[in-house]
Design a protein around this ligand. Structure first.
Ligand SMILES: [Cu+2]
Length: 128
């Protein structure tokens, strides 16, 4: 009898623990779009952050944008840049300097109220 009650109690505790964990854990969804800037290999990227569950815009987040080439490990060293808030809520802007055209993994790091890392595969081509 006691064992069964203890088991029930521990299940309840696990559920409460789980519940609070989920409430605090905001998962961000990021839309990233980049367009060629004036200099070759320079791109202006707009990042739109929203709560993946509610869809609400995520403002006030520290956003850093980096890039790596999955096909060329260790070959590139693109310095991550801090994004600045855009005009619309939940939007951020960053200018990245790449080292060549091709397929890059754009890494969006979130800090502050939301901590997350979002990686997007994107192809960068010469301006035409
Ligand atoms: Cu490369």
């Amino acid at each position: 009898m006691i064992a069964a009650r203890d088991l029930l109690l521990s299940i309840l505790i696990v559920m409460v623990w789980f519940g609070t964990g989920l409430a605090a854990d905001v998962k961000a969804r990021a839309e990233v779009s980049c367009s060629a800037a004036s200099k070759p290999l320079q791109y202006d990227c707009t990042i739109k952050l929203s709560d993946s569950r509610s869809g609400a815009a995520l403002g006030g987040v520290d956003v850093t944008v980096g890039a790596d080439m999955p096909s060329m490990p260790m070959a590139h060293n693109v310095k991550p840049v801090k994004a600045i808030p855009g005009s619309e809520p939940g939007t951020y802007r960053a200018r990245i300097d790449l080292e060549m055209h091709g397929d890059w993994a754009v890494k969006v790091d979130l800090a502050g109220p939301v901590r997350d890392r979002i990686v997007k595969s994107m192809r960068f081509e010469p301006k035409r």
